[in-house]
Design a protein around this ligand. Structure first.
Ligand SMILES: Nc1nc2c(c(=O)[nH]1)N[C@H]1C(S)=C(S)[C@@H](COP(=O)(O)O)O[C@H]1N2
Ligand SMILES: [Mo]
Length: 197
């Protein structure tokens, strides 16, 4: 009888935010060229309100590796459910650096190819956020952000910076690439924080 009145929580409309449609493929959404970065050449830096430190690929491989299955929502209205990733939790990574958790209010992700995206600290500190380097069991393809990308599943996917190579810890909001170009400052899919016009 229950089924008559309630939708199962797994039914698509409970999973797909308003204004989104499902896609089975995995579209590639890149502004500009796809940088080519070998794992051996990949470097990752932290700076700003963090003690400057540079990491190598091996440094990241030596950190705990976790699996993540998450839905992926692009502001241009496609969503892909249950994408499977492997990577390093942002929260585990943060244990390896010295950063000012009192003064830091925003984090700017920097990428090869100069893309940037910012987010409030509390969005960056979400338990599920990872640096991903495996997609569906395979090394993350360059067009999807390989060798390493950020994943912030609870916000629109422009926050999930591909080819990430650094984090800047900042004391007040500065806008990243799309945030300067009309996208919403935060980007929550369930409340359709799409554009800031
Ligand atoms: N460096 C970089 N990261 C980026 C982008 C980009 O153009 N450059 N596009 C963003 C957008 S708008 C989306 S929807 C997702 C797309 O990821 P995909 O190409 O793996 O589907 O990456 C995000 N991360
Ligand atoms: Mo997007």
């Amino acid at each position: 009888m229950l089924g008559k009145f309630f939708k199962k929580p797994t039914e698509p409309n409970d999973r797909v935010p308003p204004g989104q449609y499902l896609t089975n493929g995995f579209p590639i959404m890149t502004y500009g060229r796809t940088p080519t970065v070998a794992r051996d050449a990949w470097e990752f830096k932290v700076w700003g309100l963090a003690q400057e430190k540079t990491f190598t690929w091996q440094d990241f491989m030596d950190m705990p590796q976790v699996g993540l299955t998450a839905d992926f929502h692009c502001v241009t209205r496609w969503s892909k459910l249950e994408v499977q990733w492997t990577g390093i939790k942002v929260l585990d990574f943060l244990k390896t650096i010295e950063w000012d958790s009192e003064k830091t209010k925003h984090v700017m992700a920097h990428c090869y190819g100069d893309y940037t995206t910012n987010m409030p600290l509390e969005d960056f500190l979400k338990e599920e956020n990872i640096f991903a380097h495996i997609l569906s069991g395979e090394p993350l393809p360059a067009e999807h952000g390989g060798p390493m990308r950020l994943l912030v599943p609870h916000l629109y996917a422009w926050k999930s910076a591909k080819w990430i190579n650094g984090l800047e810890f900042i004391s007040s909001e500065q806008l990243g690439f799309w945030e300067q170009n009309g996208y919403h400052r935060r980007g929550e899919p369930w409340t359709e924080e799409r554009y800031s016009l």
